[in-house]
Design a protein around this ligand. Structure first.
Ligand SMILES: *Cc1c(COP(=O)(O)O)cnc(C)c1O
Length: 413
């Protein structure tokens, strides 16, 4: 059974004080999880997690992760500004973009971020944008084909827009070396929401072999290998979480099999996890404000797809519980909807839930990553506030809700 990270009475109090809807984050859970990740990779001296800012772009969250020893991975101008505001030093910022505007390269370079190039042509584009090539550069690799794990096809890198081919990588490394680059990194991101301990080790095996081959072919000094994001979380109640200890062990075994014998036992492992770091430690809390009985039974909430787009966009499952009715039998089948003039604005379809009364608090689970972040303003709907449940039990508003003035701020009217 999936339980909320906050108890029913506490949540009532929070809703009373702040009003719904809101995203609520669990500081204790975020810290506990970050520590477990670092421990699982503590065998690797240079290990660092660069949290993918796009998953939860709130500087208060970034600060918590910074205190736990994480850096940040940014992919746009504004995300770089968030990293700057949260006072990450340059060496703790990774910049992994694609189809990159010149101004973004300039800001990344100004902050001293490690730039992770997405394409061969970006070597010249970067040099043109900033007037030089930094001494440390990372390049993103796309192996093409299909990524298969023992439990079937996971994803189709050959169809993805990202990264260099191997031939481009070899040529690119030589070109970068000739331009004065001293420290090289390799990055790859092949599968999203991989709910298996095998993904990172298998990706590591691919990248470690590529690293050895590149070193042999180009003589470049490869200092870090970035396994990027992609570790999943159990959105469905019957799924189990990934064991991060096993993932760390799996990567260690491949490291000792491939890199250590090749004399590359000093290579640092990086990650850029987003979902794994935050998704379970956030929930969207809304009030049931409407019920409707036509051909189906509907419960309407004061939140909508503007607050959480994943169900509408991907048909993604998010577990729902009714506050205070966690133990009650799921006796009614509902569509749980928002108020957008879009029929896909449904948080759940044909979901068995306890009988819901108007005024009940509805908890939509696992919204801590790619939740608030994907929000938008369709129908003139305004984005909700973000609250942090602190370790000491207090609650802090870390972003207020949007107001109509925010909506009108960009209009010249
Ligand atoms: C989205 C993204 C991530 C994080 O992905 P998760 O699935 O949230 O772990 C990491 N790195 C890059 C470059 C990304 O685009």
């Amino acid at each position: 059974m999936k339980k909320p990270f906050v108890n029913a009475q506490k949540l009532e109090e929070i809703a009373c004080e702040f009003g719904t809807p809101f995203h609520l984050y669990d500081e204790a859970g975020i810290r506990r999880n970050a520590r477990a990740l670092l421990k699982a990779f503590s065998w690797n001296k240079g290990f660092k997690e660069y949290f993918a800012v796009k998953a939860t772009p709130n500087p208060s969250i970034l600060e918590i992760l910074k205190e736990e020893g994480c850096g940040v991975d940014c992919s746009s101008y504004t995300e770089l500004l968030l990293a700057e505001r949260a006072e990450f030093p340059g060496k703790e910022i990774m910049f992994s973009s694609n189809a990159t505007p010149e101004g973004e390269f300039r800001l990344a370079a100004k902050l001293g971020a490690t730039i992770n190039l997405d394409d061969f042509t970006h070597i010249d584009a970067l040099e043109q944008a900033i007037g030089y090539i930094p001494e440390t550069i990372s390049c993103r690799y796309n192996p093409g084909g299909i990524m298969e794990l023992s439990n079937g096809v996971m994803d189709n890198p050959g169809d993805a827009k990202y990264g260099f081919t191997y031939a481009q990588l070899a040529e690119g490394f030589k070109k970068l070396k000739a331009k004065g680059v001293k420290t090289f990194g390799i990055h790859s991101f092949l599968v999203s929401n991989a709910l298996t301990e095998l993904y990172y080790p298998q990706l590591a095996e691919v990248l470690f072999r590529v690293a050895v081959q590149l070193r042999d072919e180009t003589g470049c000094d490869i200092k870090f290998i970035n396994l990027s994001g992609g570790i999943g979380i159990p959105y469905l109640p019957e799924q189990s979480p990934v064991s991060i200890e096993e993932v760390g062990e799996g990567v260690r075994r491949v490291y000792e099999k491939i890199l250590v014998p090749a004399g590359m036992g000093g290579v640092a492992i990086f990650s850029e996890l987003g979902r794994y770091m935050l998704a379970p430690y956030g929930c969207l809390v809304a009030t049931a404000i409407h019920e409707k009985h036509i051909y189906k039974e509907y419960i309407g909430l004061d939140a909508c797809a503007v607050d959480l787009m994943r169900p509408a966009m991907y048909g993604a499952y998010h577990h729902i519980t009714v506050n205070g009715k966690e133990g009650a039998p799921a006796v009614k089948k509902y569509d749980v909807t928002g108020s957008l003039c879009e029929n896909n604005d449904k948080f759940a379809v044909d979901r068995m839930l306890p009988e819901i009364q108007l005024g009940d608090l509805i908890i939509i689970h696992d919204t801590g990553a790619h939740g608030y972040a994907m929000g938008y303003n369709y129908n003139g709907k305004l984005k909700s506030k973000e609250l942090l449940l602190c370790e000491d039990g207090s609650v802090e508003m870390i972003r207020r809700a949007e107001t109509p003035d925010d909506y009108f701020a960009t209009l010249d009217f």
